[in-house]
Ligand binder design. Structure first.
Ligand SMILES: Nc1ncnc2c1ncn2[C@@H]1O[C@H](COP(=O)(O)OP(=O)(O)O)[C@@H](O)[C@H]1O
Ligand SMILES: O=C(CO)[C@@H](O)[C@@H](O)COP(=O)(O)O
Length: 545
């Protein structure tokens, strides 16, 4: 029998990755990455104002390049036998679309307007709007935030929509509906982007748009109109039904089949967020915490609904039926900046150096080697309970208890504090932020059986991973696949294409296991307990000042 292949496509914050896998055993036959060209130039963003926008052309062009690159590596025999494609993306990353589902920035008059582009998850321009949503939800007859941890975040759908409609009259007049990146790109591949009929992801809707069966879908028209009359009528132009990612979105359009060089009967699965598909790719099972550790972190947990469905877990990014594994309750938490904290420190050091040095080869070497060099130095430092302490809230705090107005901080420096000392404190801060999440799940009644790491940092930095194991005082396994999100998407594609009856079967057959395990160092864990207490105290001081 001829082998069948699927393509998992993983849109991260900076780049898209495509992975061609054998649907029988998950073996990789080709992979390629493409960085978003406009994003790379820093276009349409204003980090100081927390504005992060991505042009739809960045996605379309990079998708084509990455998939073609991966297929070129796989060869034409494999390309001919591709049966399914599924896509994961960051989120909440919504875009305003016209009646046809075309993102406004693809129309000539909006081509350079950041408000007509995708509003990336880490854009916090809607802080005030998120606050208003919380105010109204907490004081009304129904608390629409109850399944999203009790606090609505400016990283999410409604805060972004409301903010944009308020500040941009042109977008307000043209926006017919709004679509999440994971829904739009999957719809684009099928050729049906009609916002009224395209299948919306349960994962995106439940975690970020306050969609729940109990509310008969999205928050009521009354709630939205009281929030702001500008939202009036939009609910009917969004969606009431949602779909899990084992379902078929549609078939690839002839245009995309030709562009990518795959058959016309390829199934396109319903999309979801990167972290959720990553959890599946890392063989998530009940009560395993899968940490997707990259620019930010997402902490994914699944549990049988009958065991935890009665709980309302405070301060996380939502509990949604089927958002990770269809049929189970999916829970999400995370940190708004993880690797991004290290990236900030790298920019701090290299910014002025790059201004003063002209030799490009030297600049490239510094960019490649600075973080590993600092990690090496930091790992040699003694650990004491008087070490410098930092807060990881450089991009606000996602969980526990979202608050995107919070900022990072460092305390306890002296004239001897060099770059390695500060880097160590920053890495520890990101690990302490992770501990706050783990502790919250446990205190809310959700046990954690094991921790699994995936993502760029999990694969690249043994210093960060060892520090995390020491701070959590738990062993951490690292998934063998360095493309767990794309692999998860490949598993969903195989299920949607009918090769497996359910995603668990696809996980068993296609999973690539684990290749590393970090164990807590007993000489460090008691010191980290004391430092964690200081982190908590420092955090309370900064939050309440
Ligand atoms: N050697 C390293 N040690 C620690 N962090 C690293 C290292 N190399 C890169 N990073 C961090 O990894 C992050 C990118 O993670 P990655 O998973 O590749 O991307 P994404 O989050 O876009 O999916 C960046 O924030 C960067 O600072
Ligand atoms: O927030 C979510 C999912 O809910 C992620 O898409 C977001 O953190 C982006 O993650 P990365 O860029 O992959 O670190």
């Amino acid at each position: 029998m001829t082998s069948k292949y699927t393509i998992g496509i993983d849109f991260g914050s900076d780049s898209v990755r495509a992975l061609i896998v054998d649907a029988k055993n998950g073996e990789s036959h080709g992979t390629a990455v493409c960085y978003y060209p406009r994003w790379k130039e820093g276009k349409y963003c204003d980090p100081a104002a927390s504005q992060f926008r991505q042009h739809p052309l960045d996605y379309i062009e990079s998708l084509e390049t990455a998939v073609k690159g991966a297929l070129a590596e796989a060869g034409s025999e494999i390309a001919k036998n591709v049966v399914g494609i599924s896509v994961d993306t960051t989120g909440s990353t919504p875009v305003a679309v016209d009646r046809n589902g075309t993102p406004l920035a693809l129309l000539p008059e909006f081509a350079e307007n950041p408000n007509g582009m995708f509003i990336l998850w880490k854009d916090h321009t809607g802080n005030a709007e998120a606050e208003e949503i919380n105010e109204l939800a907490h004081n009304g007859s129904i608390d629409y935030t109850k399944y999203v941890g009790g606090i609505y975040s400016s990283e999410w759908f409604w805060a972004k929509i409301l903010r944009t409609l308020r500040v941009d009259e042109q977008v307000r007049d043209k926006a017919f509906s709004w679509v999440e990146h994971c829904d739009w790109i999957s719809a684009e591949l099928t050729g049906n982007t009609n916002p009224l009929t395209l299948k919306r992801s349960r994962c995106a809707a439940g975690h970020k748009a306050m969609w729940h069966e109990e509310f008969e879908g999205l928050p009521s028209e009354e709630f939205l109109t009281i929030l702001d009359p500008l939202l009036s009528g939009l609910r009917d132009r969004l969606f009431s039904e949602t779909f899990t990612s084992d379902e078929v979105m549609g078939y690839i359009s002839p245009k995309w089949a030709k562009k990518l060089g795959v058959p016309e009967n390829v199934v396109i699965g319903v999309g979801a967020f990167d972290a959720h598909m990553g959890g599946v790719g890392a063989e998530i099972e009940p009560y395993s915490l899968v940490r997707v550790m990259g620019t930010s972190t997402c902490d994914m947990l699944v549990a049988p609904t009958e065991e935890v469905g009665h709980l309302l877990i405070k301060g996380i990014c939502g509990q949604v039926d089927g958002s990770i594994l269809p049929g189970m309750l999916g829970m999400e938490a995370g940190q708004s900046a993880f690797g991004d904290v290290y990236a900030w420190f790298q920019r701090l050091i290299l910014g002025p150096v790059n201004d003063l040095i002209t030799d490009q080869a030297v600049k490239d070497k510094m960019a490649d080697e600075l973080i590993p060099h600092l990690a090496d130095k930091a790992s040699q430092l003694a650990l004491t309970e008087n070490d410098a302490i930092a807060l990881d809230w450089f991009n606000g705090r996602r969980t526990p208890d979202a608050n995107h107005t919070l900022k990072g901080a460092i305390a306890g420096l002296n004239l001897g504090s060099d770059a390695a000392v500060v880097f160590k404190a920053l890495v520890e801060a990101t690990a302490f932020g992770a501990k706050a999440i783990v502790d919250r799940f446990i205190s809310e009644g959700v046990p954690i059986k094991q921790v699994i790491g995936i993502g760029g940092v999990a694969n690249k930095s043994s210093f960060v991973m060892q520090t995390l194991a020491d701070v959590l005082n738990m062993p951490i396994k690292v998934a063998a696949s360095d493309q767990a999100c794309a692999l998860g998407a490949g598993m969903f594609a195989a299920t949607a294409a009918g090769i497996y009856d359910n995603v668990e079967e696809a996980q068993k057959a296609m999973g690539s296991g684990f290749n590393k395990e970090y164990h807590p160092n007993p000489s460090k864990t008691p010191i980290y307990e004391k430092l964690y207490a200081k982190y908590t105290e420092f955090g309370q001081f900064v939050e309440n000042k």
